[in-house]
Write a protein of this length. Structure first.
Length: 169
């Protein structure tokens, strides 16, 4: 196996763990959102995309007779649980969630750009195609968050002014 192929397999495993973490994080976030239905709908849509992305990465790995890393996947899920627990105690959870999601999307974007370049270097056109498609979904989610976060902040600040209103989620 060439160096580019070895790294591709390694980074595909990392990406799979990243998607497992994202799915857990998004599910926890969506389950607590009560007052921001547009954000909740988009997160739920992205949960479906994320689960599909993990399956596509598994398919890429299987072409190399490899599978996802159980250790990396478990670590990612545990990290997501910690993030979810931390969010529960933030008084501005919806705003912190938007920040965390936006940052995470950009980490995913960078990861898929690296995977696209590595797949090309390895001569793996199918993995390149898969990663380019996933990259577009991640870029779309990041753009959506960029466009809708100001509105969420505005709604949060309005709700925060009302005595007794739950603005955090």
């Amino acid at each position: 196996m060439k160096a580019a192929e070895k790294r591709l397999v390694e980074w595909l495993r990392d990406a799979h763990a990243m998607e497992e973490q994202a799915e857990q994080m998004l599910k926890a976030q969506a389950s607590r959102i009560e007052n921001y239905p547009e954000i909740k709908r988009r997160i739920e849509q992205h949960i479906d995309e994320t689960a599909n992305q993990a399956k596509q990465l598994e398919s890429c790995l299987s072409r190399y007779d490899e599978s996802p890393s159980t250790v990396k996947d478990t670590t990612g899920k545990m990290t997501a649980m910690g993030q979810a627990l931390g969010g529960m105690f933030a008084g501005d959870e919806i705003v912190k969630g938007c920040i965390a999601s936006y940052a995470f999307e950009h980490m995913e974007i960078a990861s898929y750009r690296i995977l696209v370049a590595t797949a090309e270097e390895a001569g793996d056109a199918e993995t390149k195609r898969v990663c380019e498609a996933i990259l577009k979904e991640e870029e779309a989610m990041a753009t959506w968050l960029e466009q809708h976060t100001p509105q969420a902040v505005h709604q949060y600040l309005q709700r925060d002014e009302v005595p007794g209103a739950d603005a955090k989620r």
